[in-house]
Design a protein around this ligand. Structure first.
Ligand code: CO
Length: 198
């Protein structure tokens, strides 16, 4: 049986529970979205944006990819950023990495995984730039530090994007944040102090 009836059933129960609490919730939300946050995070199933910051539908615009990478030639990520900043006028961009990131771990090794190796090159570049900080650490500490350094680099990439630079040049009230999530206790830490201008 390939049907996903159990998920559709859960969905109906979920929608009914929200409607019971707030009968206007979905009708109001269907008219427009007005999120204050853009979340750029990892695709990892254990790091779901809305759930870990405990926000309802309508509150967060989300882009996720393997290892929360922001690449200046990635039209997908750039389009999300442009729409979020210029149309939705979000006030905050949150780059959120997580400890134990499989994408970062793969980038630290030499094993080939196929097409994804090309994507992981962006993280390997971060490794190369930070080689002296990683030298001498055991593999667990290297992974932890690289998960952090990757977030720091991606925050820089967001800030250097034409979209964010233009927004700041035009006086937009926009902050860029770098966070990291602990898979083992569900807690977020701030890694980078909020960047608010060029
Ligand atoms: Co990850």
């Amino acid at each position: 049986m390939r049907r996903l009836d159990h998920l559709l059933k859960r969905n109906k129960e979920w929608a009914a529970a929200i409607t019971a609490e707030d009968p206007e919730f979905f009708t109001q939300l269907s008219k427009q979205q007005n999120p204050e946050y853009l979340w750029i995070g990892c695709s990892d199933s254990r790091v779901p944006a809305n759930q870990i910051i405990d926000l309802a539908p309508g509150s967060v615009f989300v882009h996720r990819n393997i290892a929360n990478v922001v690449v200046h030639t990635d039209l997908n990520c750039l389009s999300v950023m442009q729409y979020a900043v210029e149309v939705l006028k979000v006030k905050h961009i949150i780059v959120c990495g997580h400890y134990g990131c499989g994408g970062v771990q793969a980038a630290l090794g030499d094993q080939s995984f196929g097409l994804i190796d090309n994507w992981l090159q962006h993280i390997k570049d971060v490794t190369r730039v930070n080689a002296d900080k990683l030298k001498g650490l055991n593999s667990q500490d290297q992974l932890n530090l690289m998960c952090e350094l990757n977030v720091i680099q991606q925050v820089k990439n967001v800030c250097r994007s034409s979209i964010v630079k233009n927004a700041w040049d035009n006086g937009a009230d926009l902050s860029v944040h770098g966070w990291i999530y602990h898979l083992d206790n569900g807690v977020l830490d701030e890694l980078v102090e909020a960047v608010t201008s060029n």
